[in-house]
Design a binder for this molecule. Structure first.
Ligand code: GDP
Length: 365
């Protein structure tokens, strides 16, 4: 299936998404879909290949990195004898796990219901067509579907009201969060940019005893020590995803709500990726929507750009990029994989946070 990424980057992204919710990947591969089969999406031979791969690996789950209709999903499950989920299903799982704020959780549940509702309607109309006409199943079936739809609609209505309420009180919450005893550094960036690798590198070295509490409460938050800062909280956010299905956009933004109360935002970029410029523009657009970035590029929260995967650059590109960032104090080049440059990131963060703290004391005085 072709998207704006080449097949290999796309597959790597999908793997990253699956790993993000703890799926252990036995095997991953691309299949060219030249003609979409309404019943199975894939051709019969391709389905056989998937089945064989499943059996060889004793896989429990098949993730299709594309959109499946409810019928395709059910038929594939029958043929493969395993649970099958599609891209939207996978992303919803991730959002559900990562939604940290009340608004985030409500938005994710709304998106989930919306997804379910569309499946209900579509499988119903499909069933009707399959059986050759309306009303073939008689009253009870229709009543059941109607009842399910009504229930989902009602629940969605209630969630929307709750959302409104949550938004009204959001200002208050934010004020409270700002008084957290430790400064918060939030990592944002595209899936695959290297956020988890960096997160692990920054937190892995000196795990503090109290940190274990954090780790169990929320695996996306860890305490770290920085030069001049005894303790800061490093928070990993849900990664940006290419081709995000439109009905998930609101849920995605809401799961990022927490960055609005960060003291510093680290924007992790895969600088070796040819689309890194377009990716940056999308990240800034979302930060703008969240009210963090204003017109132009002025930001209410300092943003530090991390040019990651520096080790992967061709020497000529590295030289060119290095000259671009000479003297820039809001960009740090590094390799989360090898660790090169991580010390200067820690230095820089320490400086930014102590400067912040000084400003805050000044304001209070
Ligand atoms: P996330 O989705 O942003 O959390 O990205 P990950 O941390 O999972 O990294 C995605 C892939 O990029 C993994 O295969 C990493 O090993 C790789 N990666 C991360 N940082 C670097 C880096 O600095 N250099 C290189 N060459 N690969 C990296």
């Amino acid at each position: 299936i072709s998207y704006d990424l080449d097949a290999q980057s796309r597959l790597a992204e999908a793997e990253g998404l699956a790993l993000a919710i703890g799926i252990v990947i036995a095997e991953s591969f691309t299949l060219p879909v030249r003609e979409v089969r309404p019943n199975l999406l894939f051709g019969a031979g391709q389905v056989d290949n998937i089945r064989i791969a499943c059996e060889q690996n004793e896989a429990e789950l098949v993730v299709v990195d594309g959109a499946l209709t409810p019928i395709q999903q059910r038929n594939l499950e029958d043929k493969l004898g395993r649970k099958v989920i599609d891209r939207t299903g996978l992303i919803l799982e991730i959002f559900g796990e990562r939604a940290a704020t009340a608004e985030g959780r409500l938005q994710v549940e709304l998106a989930h219901l919306d997804y379910q509702q569309s499946r209900l309607v579509r499988s119903w109309t499909h069933l009707e067509r399959q059986r050759g006409g309306f009303g073939f199943l008689g009253g009870p079936g229709e009543t059941q579907i109607e009842a399910d739809r009504r229930m989902i609609r009602q629940r969605m209505g209630r969630l929307r009201k709750e959302l409104e309420q949550v938004r009204k009180t959001r200002g208050l919450h934010r004020e409270r969060r700002e008084r957290a005893p430790w400064p918060v550094v939030a990592l944002v960036g595209y899936t695959n940019a290297g956020k988890s690798t960096l997160f692990n590198r920054l937190t892995g070295a000196g795990v503090m005893a109290e940190d274990l509490l954090f780790a169990t409460l929320d695996p996306t938050m860890r305490a770290i020590a920085l030069p001049g800062v005894e303790k800061a909280i490093l928070s990993d956010t849900v990664g940006f995803i290419s081709d995000l299905p439109t009905q998930l956009v609101a849920a995605f933004r809401a799961t990022l709500e927490e960055v609005t109360s960060a003291d510093v935002i680290c924007h992790v970029r895969d600088i070796s990726n040819p689309s890194t410029g377009a990716q940056k523009a999308q990240v800034l657009e979302v930060l703008r929507d969240l009210g963090v970035v204003e017109e132009g590029e002025a930001s209410s929260i300092p943003i530090l750009e991390i040019w990651n995967k520096w080790d992967q650059l061709a020497p000529a590109d590295a030289e060119e990029l290095a000259s671009q960032i000479e003297g820039a104090d809001d960009i740090v080049a590094l390799s989360a994989l090898t660790g090169a440059g991580v010390d200067s990131l820690l230095e820089r963060l320490g400086e930014m946070l102590t400067r912040n703290a000084a400003l805050r004391t000044f304001e209070v005085a």
